[in-house]
Design a protein around this ligand. Structure first.
Ligand SMILES: [Zn+2]
Ligand SMILES: [Zn+2]
Ligand SMILES: [Zn+2]
Length: 356
């Protein structure tokens, strides 16, 4: 996430509605990816979900006929707002969703709404299992469904412990499901022997293996011993599609984590840490894809920067008595998968985040 500043010079955050110093009303403009002033007669108006429910700080041009911002306009189902608890949980969901949309747009990955493009577009169903017990978080044909209850910290932590996960966040859910959506839109449409699909199979495995059987095996037996050498999470070991989704979610996490640290002035050259040197094969692309040695080098340098920054994050977490903020290890096999995710990002968009 970049650094935002108010006209008055004070710092603003991605979720700010108001400047804490000058009191001016502000909102986020997804077009310029900047925080802007919201004032009567000004260039921008607030999204209706901000005006009526206080759950969105994005804006749209004052002249626009629409009343919802581009993120809220992608909602197909929202929770029952007669419950104040639902409203609070929904606000957390929308925040995580806007962060995902911000990142993908920054990477120049097109993100049409399903309303505008029923074939390739994306929509969200945000539904509570309290009123719809059969709902599960997932993606189907351009619709990402998320269980509203996951925004309840206690509920999510219980799920995390029962599933043996190191980390479980709302943003992680949105990033993970975006991978399934992009797979279906960008990869499943290609011929089976397209190099991008063959590369997928080489890195993640044969996607034709029975998905339902693989998931039921995972939930019965858990991840196989030694999964840490090949996968970023235990769940990634369940099926190639889930491996891809966990890898992509992790790739986006590093993109944002590193951008934030760099925009806030953390310079790894000033850190009292040796640079973790990754072997060259960690940045290799599968055979069949054009091997770009410069991009491989950039990728490795990028990943090494993240390893330094995440070490600092974890040491600070320990110092204040908390669990590690970044409970992950990246073995060579996972670095190679992240490298392929980066390649896809370049093919699909502009892959902002790995320059220099
Ligand atoms: Zn201000
Ligand atoms: Zn909105
Ligand atoms: Zn999944």
């Amino acid at each position: 996430m970049q650094r935002f500043t108010c006209d008055c010079g004070n710092v603003l955050f991605f979720g700010s509605f108001r400047c804490l110093k000058c009191g001016g009303e502000v909102g986020h403009d997804p077009g310029s990816r900047q925080m802007v002033r919201v004032r009567t007669g000004g260039m921008f108006k607030r999204c209706d979900n901000g005006v009526k429910h206080g759950v969105c700080n994005w804006v749209l041009p004052s002249k626009a006929a629409e009343t919802l911002c581009l993120a809220c306009d992608m909602n197909r189902t929202i929770p029952d707002l007669s419950s104040s608890r639902n409203l609070m949980l929904w606000g957390r969901m929308e925040m995580a969703k806007r962060r995902l949309i911000y990142t993908l747009r920054k990477m120049d990955i097109s993100l049409p709404s399903k309303k505008a493009n029923p074939q390739a577009g994306l929509a969200f169903d945000i539904v509570s299992t309290v009123s719809n017990p059969t709902v599960t978080t997932g993606h189907l044909n351009g619709v990402i469904t998320v269980n509203l209850e996951e925004a309840d910290d206690t509920y999510r932590q219980i799920n995390r412990q029962q599933l043996g996960e190191n980390s479980r966040t709302l943003l992680g859910h949105f990033r993970h499901e975006s991978a399934h959506y992009l797979w279906q839109r960008c990869l499943s449409e290609l011929a089976w022997d397209n190099p991008l699909r063959l590369a997928f199979r080489e890195r993640f495995g044969d996607e034709w293996q029975d998905y339902a059987a693989a998931l039921s095996r995972h939930y019965q037996k858990g991840a196989p011993a030694g999964w840490e050498q090949q996968y970023i999470t235990g769940y990634a070991a369940s099926h190639p599609w889930e491996d891809w989704a966990e890898t992509w979610a992790h790739y986006l996490q590093i993109i944002e984590g590193l951008e934030t640290s760099e925009c806030l002035g953390i310079d790894i050259r000033n850190l009292a840490l040796p640079l973790v040197m990754l072997p060259a094969e960690a940045g290799a692309l599968p055979a069949g894809l054009p091997q770009d040695s410069k991009a491989d080098g950039d990728f490795l340098a990028w990943l090494q920067r993240w390893m330094c920054v995440s070490t600092v994050l974890n040491e600070i977490s320990h110092s204040i008595g908390e669990a590690p903020l970044y409970p992950f290890v990246i073995p060579v096999r996972v670095a190679q998968k992240l490298r392929l995710a980066h390649h896809y990002a370049q093919v699909w968009g502009g892959a902002a985040g790995i320059e220099n």
